[in-house]
Design a protein around this ligand. Structure first.
Ligand code: ARG
Length: 458
């Protein structure tokens, strides 16, 4: 145990207490950010003449040495000796450069330090997740361009409803993930203020230049209340909420792929590289990646609820409870990034069985609404048309056939309004092509949407 705060204590910390209290096991991930923050801090201290330029240079080269040696494996992070990453860095700095190292923590507390480290780390994660969603959007967009006329049934209640295209179905996810990116960009903007200089809770008596520190680390500016600066984890909560929404979207998409990949549907075939087999049933090829993405959604929601619960009763300002933000957040970051990457790969390599999709759209009366609209076009009031087509569907079910397979004579027996042009009116192609308001599956409407997204993505 090498602690930063032994002075006022007369006894060693109990070993079990030490480990219960320590965060080094997980906050060692923040090494890069801890050192980046310390370099900015001493750069500012020297500019304000709180440190000399020589001290600043010694500290910076000492910090860089610690980072390089840790990354190369020359220096290992000893979890039985240091309470957290901040103590690890400071102790080694003093070891390496002596007295100048003892000045690193001037005008700073671990409270603003950890708030900064976590913000720097999270800010990078926001960018990374955004980049991964962009990759996914590009795959979705490509699939859309390739499938403007791949007909399939659209569902409500998981019952065939109206014909759409694969492009249109994927277009729904394009919108969802585009909104996810816009949420990330809002979060980035709101969180991008620097807490360094808040001290333990009440600022410091040193003439720090907080604007300058913020500028050195590409923040928009300094945070404006030192109590809030060390006590705020809203940005993490917002990010976890956005990650939960991303997972919810991925999970719905996964669920559909699992259904589409089933023996009953066979709309898609997941590539061998993204499927696994069974130890007992030789015929099996399971959609495990999609299932795991769906399954892992729970732990990301868990992280959000966990942090919300941790924060809900905390008095201002810093409380050790807040150390609990890290493990759940890190797990959520890793999980979402893995899921996005693997899901995108699975989608990119997935084969669409267009003939199966089209055949499925042709039965199940997905053209029943269009048949009713046909009658409306001939002057029948919609409610009457609805009743006529309902009877027609019942007739087809009894005869195990479809609307377009009936003879004109059979159709006329149900309503004399039917003419030869009914067959064209209820063909899949017509049903889809006639839907040309913006947002609908008609290929011309879809092309406009695709062009809009393409321009935004570039
Ligand atoms: N490991 C701590 C955390 O993650 C660092 C801050 C410690 N500050 C303190 N006053 N004990 O929150």
């Amino acid at each position: 145990m090498a602690q930063l705060w032994g002075g006022r204590f007369t006894k060693e910390t109990d070993w079990k207490v030490y480990h219960f209290n320590a965060s080094i096991g997980f906050d060692k991930r923040l090494l890069n950010e801890d050192i980046e923050g310390s370099i900015a801090h001493v750069t500012m201290l020297a500019k304000q003449q709180i440190l000399t330029e020589t001290e600043r240079d010694q500290i910076i080269s000492g910090l860089r040495g610690i980072l390089d040696d840790t990354l190369s494996g020359k220096l290992t992070i000893d979890e039985d000796t240091y309470e957290d990453v901040h103590s690890f860095v400071e102790a080694h700095l003093i070891d390496r450069i002596g007295d100048a190292g003892k000045k690193l923590h001037t005008g700073r507390s671990r409270n603003d330090q950890v708030a900064l480290d976590m913000k720097l780390y999270t800010r990078k994660q926001v960018k990374e997740v955004d980049g991964l969603i962009k990759e996914l959007l590009l795959v979705i967009l490509q699939t859309m361009e390739d499938n403007l006329e791949t007909y399939m049934p659209g569902f409500t209640h998981l019952q065939k409803a109206q014909p759409i295209t694969l492009a249109h179905h994927f277009g729904a996810y394009l919108e969802m993930f585009t909104r996810d990116r816009s949420r990330l960009s809002d979060i980035y903007e709101r969180m991008n203020y620097c807490p360094l200089g808040a001290g333990a809770l009440a600022g410091t008596t040193y003439p720090l230049d907080r604007e300058y520190s913020a500028q050195l680390m590409d923040f928009q500016g300094p945070t404006l209340n030192s109590m809030d600066s060390v006590a705020d984890r809203d940005y993490l909560i917002e990010f976890l909420a956005a990650l939960s929404t991303i997972m919810m979207h991925l999970s719905r998409f996964s669920e559909e792929i699992i259904i589409w990949n089933s023996n009953e549907y066979q709309f898609v075939e997941i590539d061998d590289a993204y499927s696994t087999g069974s130890s007992i049933m030789p015929q099996k090829k399971n959609p495990d990646i999609a299932e795991l993405v769906r399954g892992k959604t729970g732990r990301v929601y868990g992280a959000l609820v966990s942090l919300l619960t941790t924060m809900k009763g905390l008095p201002l300002a810093y409380n050790k409870d807040m150390q609990e933000d890290k493990e759940v957040a890190f797990d959520a970051f890793d999980t979402v990034k893995d899921c996005l990457e693997l899901f995108t790969g699975m989608l990119r390599t997935m084969k669409f069985k267009k003939d199966r999709m089209e055949k499925s759209a042709m039965n199940g009366f997905t053209n029943a609404t269009d048949a009713a609209d046909y009658l409306v076009g001939k002057g029948v009031p919609f409610r009457d048309a609805h009743g006529i087509i309902g009877r027609l569907v019942l007739y087809c079910i009894e005869k195990n056939t479809s609307i377009d397979a009936l003879s004109l004579k059979e159709l006329k027996e149900i309503s004399p309004v039917f003419e030869e042009d009914i067959y064209d009116a209820v063909s899949l192609k017509t049903c889809v092509e006639k839907r040309l308001t913006i947002g609908a599956p008609g290929p011309d409407a879809m092309k406009e949407v695709i062009a809009f997204h393409k321009a935004r993505l570039q």
